[in-house]
Design a protein around this ligand. Sequence first.
Ligand code: F6P
Length: 550
Amino acid sequence: MTSRPLLSELPGYSDLQALANGVKSTSVSQLLQDDPGRATDFTLEAAGLRLDYSKHLLTTAALEQLLRLAEHAGVARDIAALFSGEPINNTEDRPALHTLLRASGSQGLEGKFQEVVAARALMQTWAERLNSGAQQGFSGATITDVVNIGIGGSDLGPRLVSEALRPFHGNISCHYVANVDPADLQDTLLELDPETTLFIVCSKSFRTEETLTNSLAARTWLRNAGAGEDALGKHFIAVTSNLQAAAEFGIPAGNCLPMWDWVGGRYSVWSAIGLSCAIAVGWENFAAFLAGAEAMDRHFRNSEPAANMPLLMSLLEIWYNNFFQAGNHVVLPYDNSLQHLPAFLQQLTMESNGKCVSEDGRALPYTTGAVLWGSAGTMGQHSFHQLLHQGTLLCPADFVLPLNTHTGMREQHRRLVANCLAQSRTLMVGRTQEAARAALLARGLGAQEADRLTPHLAMPGNRPNSVITMHSVNPGSLGALLALYEHRTFCSARLWGINPFDQWGVELGKEIGSEILGRLSGEASPGPMDPSTERLMREWRAAQEGDARA
Ligand code: F6P
């Protein structure tokens, strides 16, 4: 493999630092004032989403230079390689074909596409079977509740989509259990009846400790309620690429839906991993979710770089990460139904791009994956927005704003919209010392007191943010939104020169975890661990003995 140049080796990279330094001496408000067309020129539309990126610390010259960087990095070639199924996950020698999962045609990948079509048919059958009341549990009662047991990509995507599309739900209630903390499963099961509950074990590998532990506990719960071993087929479905492990668990082959090694866990909500969502909202709505993502795929694949929404969002990420050392990115959905979006995006971006070597193993001389965080508006306004407005850390923000509510409560929704627009504008304009002092004087404070408080009320402003609007949260817009962030993540990875489709960094923790579990369970150890871990294990043992005595 010929090694690809690192981002910092690309022509024009160092010019960008000079451009960034230049931008620091101006303000976004000034840029908007100087160029009346900026609010429309710095806006893009794709797949039902509109991105307003006019409130960024970005001049036209800087944007053009960033686009040249993408050209030198060969991002257009990478996009083609992604869709055509080249083995771009080079450390595992696999393609990353999540786009095929939502494709309406084979895109030249006939064999794999046929497998996708067959999996969709199985999903549809299960969704219809459950919603029609045809699926009965061991006692003959109709299944009313589905519990998805999975973690990471086998949980975050399905949980987000199911919650976001609650207004589209049919007859089945869906629940999500992920944590190995027994309280997660226990709290969920407290509300449920074993006779009417079906579990979906969602695990690509069928080896994940949390998922297997919870699935075994769920099986015991059913058995304790009177379900025989032969009744497991009425209460368990598996979505996995490890059919043998699912069979050993006791799930009949007819209840297993496929996953493939050419789909990464965090990119898998479009596959049968999304079965709980298809059950919750029905097949038609799930198909509309896929179609929304496919529309974004088409845009990503076919648009000019300057009009390519995922690429532009990625270039903004590179801009702030590498030239302003922001190191973080905050996502603020102003719609309660999107409250799980930041958690989903955390895995998507940080598991994909939290890498310190290039795809060919060279240590990277620049920072890569930013910390992604956030919460649903307006909640954050009363907690962390203080730091966004007046803290010393630069936090580039994405506001995600659906323009309509499904609740019918339009006046209350208007308040939500006003808050979102106000936060976006306030971050940009801030408040000058003069304006702060004038406001204090207007409140009737004396000049001396006003002078004392002025620095505390003044706000620097000039804090960059995007606003992504859409008609409402619906299957299509949600599909487009998630695909947008997937492709943004991909572009950033390719610009940084890293492989976003592996996650070797999570493996060592699993290995050490099983070693410590062995020690806590009384197994002989090959030798002592570090003094801190040894002391903590002793503390845990003492707590157990204390509990046993009590
Ligand atoms: O440990 C990380 C991870 O492998 C994620 O990448 C994945 O989404 C999650 O665990 C769950 O994996 P599985 O679907 O195989 O249980």
